[in-house]
Structure formats: C-alpha cells, structure tokens
Design a protein around this ligand. Structure first.
Ligand code: ADP
Ligand code: MG
Length: 248
C-alpha cells in the first residue's frame, strides 16, 4: 500500500525467471510511476519479452515480487483475470480474429470478460477506433487491413479493457517501414494522455521523444537506466555503448 501512496504503479523486486536450467531474468528491480513511459532496450535474447510477460503473469515467476497498482500479482489468491484486465498488452504480431470485424474484435473482451452490454461495448469500441484513427474500418475484416492498421486495431482492443498499464512488445517490428510512423503516432498520443507504458522497441527516435526513462537490459540484468539523454546520448556502460552503436 506504501507503493500506491508514492504513485508507484508497477513495482518489481528481485525478479528472477528460469526456464528449466536457463536463467533468463537474474534479479530485476524496477519501480514505475503512474504516467511514466519506459522504453526497454536490449539485444535479442536479453529477456525483454520474458520481463513483460512476467508483469501480467503470462509467465510464472521463479523468484521475487511483482505488484501492479499495489496488488501482488504473484499471490496465488489473486484473480489473474483481473490483473490481466488491468495490464494491456500489444504484441509484435497482432493476433486479431480474422473472421470478426474490426469493431467486433475490439468489443469482444469487454462483453465476454467485463460483462458489458453489447450496446455499451459498441459505443466504447467506436470511440476507441476513433482514437486510433480506424473508425472508417469498423466493419472491415482484419485480412483486409495493412499491418499498421491491424496494429492500431490491436491497440484499441487492448484499451477496451480500460487498463492502467500498457505493455508493448516490439509493436512495430513486423511492419513495413512506411507503416511504423502511424503506429508510433498512436502510441505517442496514448503517452500524452497519461497512460503508463512499458515499451520494448528498437525505435530510438520514439525513445528520445516520448520516454520518461530508458532501461537497457542485457543477459537478464538491467545494465543501465536513465533519461533518454542520459542513456541514449551519454551512455556510461560499455555494453550500452556497444548496443547503441549497432542500432543507431
Ligand atoms: P528478448 O525479448 O529480449 O529477445 P526473450 O525474453 O524472448 O528475449 O528470451 C530470453 C531468453 O529466454 C532466450 O534465451 C529465449 O530462448 C529464452 N526463452 C524465452 N521464452 C522461453 C520459453 N517459453 N521456454 C524456454 N526458453 C525461453
Ligand atoms: Mg522479445
């Protein structure tokens, strides 16, 4: 409860995650305040996706503690569906249901999980599609959309659960270059609206412009963190410098 008083929305202490003998996360400590936009950088295989998945218990953690909104999500008694409602996630691949319209994709979870009426969910769904610039495609099926459009629908779908925290795992990595901008634009607006966001991305420009904090991870540890200026412009650790020299 102390955490809530300090406006800490995500609190991670001593987080470890093993897959069998493989130690993927080796002790992560991080606290994220309400409204912060944290960009997570790191080489492939460093544990970024695993870290995000531990924040909504898509992975069971091996050791440590994760709390969201002051609730210990690793507590076996906690209702994991409630936790997941509160922590939205957007993946590299959009996972939309191809046989449902865009609007139905966005409405599905609120109707199924939040027990909203169809009418309520439809109103909210339309509003969210507007927010991501996809109103005109409400009745279209996902296979008819471009990658950037699909990802914007996926963001609207995650927002439909009215989460407090949004996790993005390389949301633009599968997109053709000309579609990256439209997705980043939606994410920037979300950040301006005050959403707490944790974003794994190699889009350094986005990190510079939008991140309140940048964390560099390597081999299951946080190597270095700071403001975009500190971490991207003036990195201190040799591993950070080496990584940035490859992506910049
Ligand atoms: P990143 O997102 O930074 O590329 P990941 O979190 O996906 O890294 O993976 C970190 C390490 O964990 C990799 O060595 C990967 O092979 C391993 N790993 C990830 N998920 C699993 C899993 N379900 N089972 C076994 N190993 C996994
Ligand atoms: Mg990954």
């Amino acid at each position: 409860m102390l955490e809530m008083q300090d406006n800490i929305q995500v609190c991670v202490k001593g987080l470890k995650k093993n897959f069998g003998k493989l130690e993927v996360l080796k002790g992560i400590d991080v606290q994220i305040k309400k409204g912060e936009v944290v960009v997570l950088l790191g080489p492939s295989g460093s544990g970024k996706s695993t870290f995000l998945r531990c924040l909504n218990r898509l992975e069971e953690i091996t050791a440590g503690k994760v709390s969201v909104d002051g609730i210990d999500i690793t507590d076996k008694k906690v209702n994991i569906n409630k936790v997941r409602e509160n922590v939205g996630m957007v993946f590299q691949h959009f996972n939309l249901f191809p046989h449902m319209t865009v609007l139905d994709n966005v409405m599905l979870a609120p109707v199924e999980l939040k027990k909203k009426t169809k009418e309520e969910a439809k109103e909210e769904g339309k509003r969210l599609l507007e927010r991501v610039g996809m109103s005109s495609k409400a009745e279209v099926y996902p296979p008819q959309l471009s990658g950037g459009q699909k990802q914007r629908v996926a963001i609207a779908r995650a927002l439909a659960m009215n989460p407090d925290v949004m996790l993005f795992d390389e949301p633009t990595s599968a997109l053709d270059p000309e579609m990256v901008g439209e997705v980043l634009q939606v994410m920037k607006q979300l950040a301006r609206d005050g959403m707490t966001m944790i974003v794994v991305t190699h889009e350094i420009g986005f990190a510079r412009e939008v991140a309140s904090r940048v964390i560099f991870m390597d081999e299951g540890y946080i190597v270095e963190e700071g403001t975009p200026d500190e971490l991207i412009t003036n990195p201190k650790e040799s591993r950070t410098i080496d990584f940035l020299s490859k992506v910049l």
